[in-house]
Write a protein that binds this ligand. Structure first.
Ligand code: HEM
Length: 517
C-alpha cells in the first residue's frame, strides 16, 4: 500500500515538504508572514530567504534527515527551525526533545496539518489524517479498545490461521514470497476488521490499493488544487481548468467505496461467526452507544477503513525489510532458527511461543531501527503557541521528529550501521525502536501491538520452514546484487529497495511440515 500515512499529511519525503508548502501557500502565506512571534527567539536554523524561506536549503536528492541532523550539530541545538513559504517547521533531533514535546505536551502537539486535495477527497475523515477533534478521539478510542490489552489476543487465532497458510504458498511459488507476505498481512486485516476473507483478485483489496495510489497523487506538490485551492470550484466541463476538480471527485468516489463497500458486506453477513467477532461489529456497537445512531455508524465505517489504509503497507514493508536483513545476515538467521527449533521442535510456531522466542522479537526491533519506515514518522502540528528551552514555537508549526537521527545516534546505538539483534537483549538492552517508529503521544500508532504480533509470527513461520538465501543464477552461479540496506528516500512507509531472494526448504522435516498443511 502506498500508505495513508504517506507523504504530505503525515510524513516528509523530499517532495512532501514542498507539497505541504505549496498546497497551503495560497491561503496561508500572507497570514504566516505577517504574524510576528511573541518573542523573536525561534529555535536556531538556517537563515533562509524572504517568502520562500528555507526552500532552497532543503536537499531534494539525499536523505533529508541527515541534513537536519547536521543543522543540529551546526547550531548546537536539538531543536531546529526552518520555514517554507511562511510555514514553520520545527525539527526535533533527539529522543528527549521529541518526548518532551510530543508526549509530555501531547495536549497541544497532536494536531495534523491538511491539504486541500485531502479535504476534498475526504481523507481527512480518517483517524490518521483527521486533526485532533472529538471525532478523532472517539475513533482512536474504538481502535484502542480492541487492538490493545486483553482484547488483542482474541485476534491471534486469525493471525495463526493466516500464518499457517504461508508455508504452502511459498513452497508452491517461492518467487512470489513478497506477495505472499503482503497477502498474509491484508488477510489478517480484512478478517479481523470485517470478518471477510479476501479472494484472489479481491475487489475490496483492489479498490483499497487503488485508493492508496490516489492518495500519493493527492499529496503531490504538482496536484493543481493543492497549489490553487480555488480550482476545486471550477466545473469539471471547463476544458483543462476543470480536470483537477474532476480528479478530486474521482478520488472522493474511491474513498467512499473503500469506506462503504466492505462495511455493507459486513452488514449483509452479520450473522456469520467471524463477522460477529470482527472489529467492525464491535465498533458499530460501541460507536452507537457513544455518539448516537447515525454518527455512530459513520464513525464505525471510517474507523474500520483506516485499519487497511494505515496497517497494510507499514506491516508488509517491515516484513520485506526483515527478510532482507536475514538475507544479509545469515548468522542471525541461523541463530533465530536454532531458537525456533529448540522451542517448537517439529511444529510451526504459535503466538504462545512468543515469550520464549526473544531473539525473533529482537530481530524485528532491529529491523525497525535499521529500516525506518519513515525518518520523520507522521508529523504533528502544534495548535497553541509554546516555548521550549527558551525558544518560541509558534502555533501551527509542523513538528518533524527526526527518527533517522535517533535510530543512528551512536550514543544510543554503538555501531549504528550494523544489524545486531543482540543489542535489544540482555541486562541492558539498547533503546527499543518501538519507542519511536510507531510515533508519539496521543497519536501513537494504535495498531502497534497487532503489527508486532503479526510480524513476529509471520517471520517465525517463514524461517522455521525455509532458509532465506541470496538468489544465484542457475546458469552461471552469479549471485544477485542485493543493493543498499538503507536506501535513500523519504517515503512513508518506505519500501526496501527490491532484492532477489532464494527461498529453500530447510530440510526433509520442513517438507513434512509443508505437506502436513
Ligand atoms: C509495522 C507496522 C506499523 C508501523 C511502523 C506504524 C507506524 C505508525 C506511525 C509512525 C504512525 C503515526 C503516529 C504519530 O503521528 O505520531 C501511525 C499511525 C497510525 N497507525 Fe500505524 N503503524 C503500523 C501498523 C499499523 C496497523 C497494523 C494499524 C491498524 C490495524 C495501524 C493503524 C494506525 C492508525 C489508525 C494511525 C493513526 C493514529 C492517529 O493519527 O491518531 N498501524 N502508525
Amino acid at each position: 500500500m502506498a500508505s495513508a500515512l504517506t507523504s504530505v499529511v503525515s510524513t516528509m519525503d523530499s517532495n512532501a515538504i514542498v507539497a505541504s508548502a505549496l498546497a497551503i501557500v495560497a491561503s496561508y502565506t500572507l497570514y504566516r508572514i505577517s504574524r510576528k512571534p511573541k518573542n523573536s527567539s525561534l529555535p536556531p536554523g538556517p537563515k533562509g530567504w524572504p517568502v520562500i524561506g528555507n526552500l532552497l536549503d532543503v536537499p531534494l536528492d539525499v536523505d533529508f534527515w541527515k541534513t537536519f541532523r547536521s543543522w543540529g550539530q551546526q547550531f548546537d541545538s536539538e531543536v531546529i527551525h526552518m520555514s517554507i513559504f511562511g510555514i514553520n517547521f520545527i525539527i526535533l533531533n533527539s529522543m528527549q526533545a521529541t518526548k518532551d514535546l510530543l508526549e509530555k505536551r501531547g495536549k497541544i502537539y497532536s494536531a495534523r496539518m491538511s491539504l486541500p486535495m485531502f479535504d476534498i477527497a475526504e481523507y481527512t475523515k480518517l483517524v490518521a489524517f483527521e486533526t485532533n477533534t472529538k471525532r478523532w478521539a472517539a475513533g482512536r478510542r474504538l481502535i484502542m479498545s480492541f487492538l490493545t490489552g486483553k482484547e488483542l489476543p482474541k485476534l491471534y487465532p486469525v493471525i495463526e490461521d493466516e500464518c499457517a497458510k504461508l508455508p504452502l504458498k511459498v513452497y508452491r511459488e517461492p518467487g512470489k514470497v513478497g506477495d505472499w507476505l503482503e497477502e498474509t498481512v491484508v488477510s489478517v486485516i480484512m478478517r479481523t476488521t470485517y470478518g471477510y476473507t479476501p479472494t484472489p483478485n479481491d475487489r475490496f483489496t483492489h479498490i483499497t490499493f487503488k485508493l492508496l495510489d490516489e492518495m500519493l497523487v493527492a499529496a503531490r506538490p504538482t496536484s493543481p488544487i493543492n497549489i490553487f485551492p480555488f480550482l476545486r470550484f471550477v466545473p469539471s466541463w471547463v476544458p483543462y481548468l476543470g480536470s483537477p476538480s474532476l480528479q478530486a471527485s474521482a478520488f472522493k468516489e474511491t474513498m467512499t467505496k473503500v469506506v462503504k463497500e466492505p462495511y455493507e458486506w459486513h452488514l449483509e453477513h452479520k450473522d456469520d461467526e467471524e463477522v460477529k467477532g470482527s472489529l467492525c461489529a464491535k465498533f458499530t456497537e460501541m460507536a452507537q452507544g457513544e455518539e448516537g445512531k447515525e454518527i455512530g455508524r459513520e464513525l464505525a465505517e471510517w474507523t474500520a477503513a483506516v485499519q487497511f489504509i494505515a496497517g497494510a503497507d507499514t506491516t508488509t514493508f517491515t516484513l520485506h525489510a526483515a527478510l532482507k536483513a536475514l538475507l544479509l545476515n545469515p548468522d542471525v538467521q541461523k541463530k533465530a532458527q536454532a531458537q525456533l527449533d529448540s522451542v517448537c521442535g517439529h511444529r510451526l510456531p504459535t503466538m504462545d511461543d512468543r515469550p520464549k522466542l526473544d531473539y525473533l522479537d529482537a530481530i524485528l526491533k532491529e529491523t525497525s531501527r535499521w529500516h525506518l519506515l519513515g525518518p520523520f514518522g507522521a508529523p504533528h502540528m502544534v495548535d497553541s503557541d509554546d516555548e521550549y528551552n527558551g525558544h518560541f514555537i509558534p502555533k501551527g508549526s509542523i513538528i518533524l521528529p527526526n527518527m533517522g537521527a535517533i535510530a543512528s545516534d551512536a550514543t544510543i546505538y554503538p555501531d549504528p550501521e550494523a544489524f545486531k539483534p543482540e543489542r535489544h537483549l540482555g541486562e541492558a538492552p539498547e533503546l527499543d525502536s518501538g519507542a519511536y517508529n510507531f510515533g508519539f503521544g496521543r497519536r501513537v500508532c494504535p495498531g502497534k501491538a497487532l503489527a508486532q504480533a503479526e510480524m513476529f509470527l509471520t517471520i517465525a513461520t517463514l524461517i522455521k520452514v525455509f532458509d532465506v538465501r541470496p538468489w544465484t543464477s542457475e546458469k552461471d552461479g552469479v549471485k544477485a546484487e542485493i543493493g543498499e540496506d538503507r536506501p535513500p528516500g523519504m517515503d512513508m512507509p518506505r519500501r526496501p529497495t527490491p532484492y532477489a531472494v532464494a527461498i529453500k526448504l530447510r530440510n526433509e522435516a520442513s517438507l513434512e511440515l509443508v505437506q502436513g498443511l
